[in-house]
Design a protein around this ligand. Structure first.
Ligand SMILES: NC(=O)c1ccc[n+]([C@@H]2O[C@H](COP(=O)([O-])OP(=O)(O)OC[C@H]3O[C@@H](n4cnc5c(N)ncnc54)[C@H](OP(=O)(O)O)[C@@H]3O)[C@@H](O)[C@H]2O)c1
Length: 312
């Protein structure tokens, strides 16, 4: 699989990554198994994916522990490992402590990309304080690159201005055919500034796979109350999925593979679909390596533009 530079860090990552929130455990459903999550990362690596994303909050560290087992199998240096410090740990010393704990759980001595999971909305920790801690971690060799997540343009600008010897490499944000808010400001800014956009929920948390309907919705903690799965919304999304399936058919591809490929067309965007099993990881890797015709692309864009979801 083709690789791209993570921001301007010099680190090369595959055009598609894999998300490891699922490895956090049962909040993604009763069918989640550690062994399957490990096998999913191993399978993704076999198919050319070298970028994996976790966070200290995923299963209270369990995702990182599971990931360490996958890394032991694959070989640590084969993967670019990203994790995140929680938005509630953004005080200087809390960042240092959180990083040490993640390093331990991951069984590694360096994190390739260390991200602020979300801005400090409640404690209002000044970003400057957090960025100084991240810069220290980089100088100490504990992290290779700094990233942010769920940051608006003004937050990215503030974060960057607090860094003296380095820059942010990425912003991890929700981006899919059914959630395109970042197209207004965040995406153009990142493209201009050479900041990689790591697209979370690129499959709409499973809504873009076509396996859910108003009579069959996910019952796990993450998705039970998610607006994508409200009856009228999932029906509307399935109308779009039908068209994705029709477009994909000519290429021997499925609706979710079309949804991921649509993101791959965007400059600087690296989708990180979550996978619970090696089969899902393999299927998602099949989103890479083929192309739509321009007619198909304009059909998809028209269908996406006309989709209306009720979010409130
Ligand atoms: N920074 C943040 O704030 C933030 C927030 C959310 C996620 N993330 C990161 O982004 C990653 C991806 O986002 P996400 O996991 O929320 O959503 P997603 O990737 O859109 O959806 C993942 C879910 O879709 C289903 N799925 C995946 N591949 C499939 C396939 N080939 N066929 C059928 N079903 C498939 C699986 O659930 P079922 O099989 O149960 O349907 C899987 O758990 C996460 O793992 C995490 O690393 C970050």
């Amino acid at each position: 699989m083709e690789q791209t530079e993570l921001g301007r860090s010099g680190i090369k990552i595959s055009r598609l990554g894999i998300g490891a929130w699922q490895a956090g455990g049962k909040q993604w459903g009763e069918d989640v198994r550690d062994a399957d999550c490990i096998a999913a990362v191993v399978r993704a690596h076999e198919l050319g994916i070298n970028f994996v994303d976790s966070a200290e909050v995923y299963g209270n560290g369990h995702s990182e522990e599971v990931l360490s087992k996958a890394l032991a199998e694959i070989g640590r240096d084969e993967m670019v490992v990203a994790t995140k410090v929680a938005g509630s740990h953004l005080r200087h010393d809390d960042v240092l402590k959180a990083c040490d704990a993640s390093l331990k759980r991951l069984g590694t001595d360096v994190i390739d990309l260390y991200q602020i999971h979300w801005p400090s909305v409640w404690e209002q920790v000044p970003l400057k304080e957090t960025m100084k801690a991240l810069e220290k971690l980089q100088k100490d060799g504990k992290i290779r690159a700094i990233g942010v997540s769920n940051f608006a343009v003004r937050d990215m600008e503030e974060a960057r201005s607090a860094l003296s010897s380095t820059d942010i490499s990425s912003n991890q944000v929700q981006y899919s055919m059914i959630h395109r808010e970042i197209e207004k400001e965040v995406l153009p800014y990142c493209q201009k500034e050479k900041i990689t956009v790591l697209a979370w929920a690129p499959l709409g948390e499973g809504a873009l796979t076509g396996k859910y309907s108003k009579d069959k919705t996910p019952k796990d903690a993450v998705r039970e109350h998610h607006y994508f799965f409200r009856p009228q919304n999932i029906e509307a999304i399935n109308g779009l999925v039908k068209q994705l399936g029709e477009v994909g058919k000519a290429h021997g591809k499925s609706a979710p593979q079309v949804a991921l490929n649509w993101l791959l067309k965007k400059d600087r965007v690296v989708p990180i679909p979550g996978a619970k099993t090696p089969m899902q990881a393999e299927h998602n890797a099949g989103a890479y390596g083929w192309d739509f015709t321009s007619k198909e692309l304009s059909r998809l864009n028209k269908a996406i533009e006309s989709l209306k979801l009720e979010a409130l």
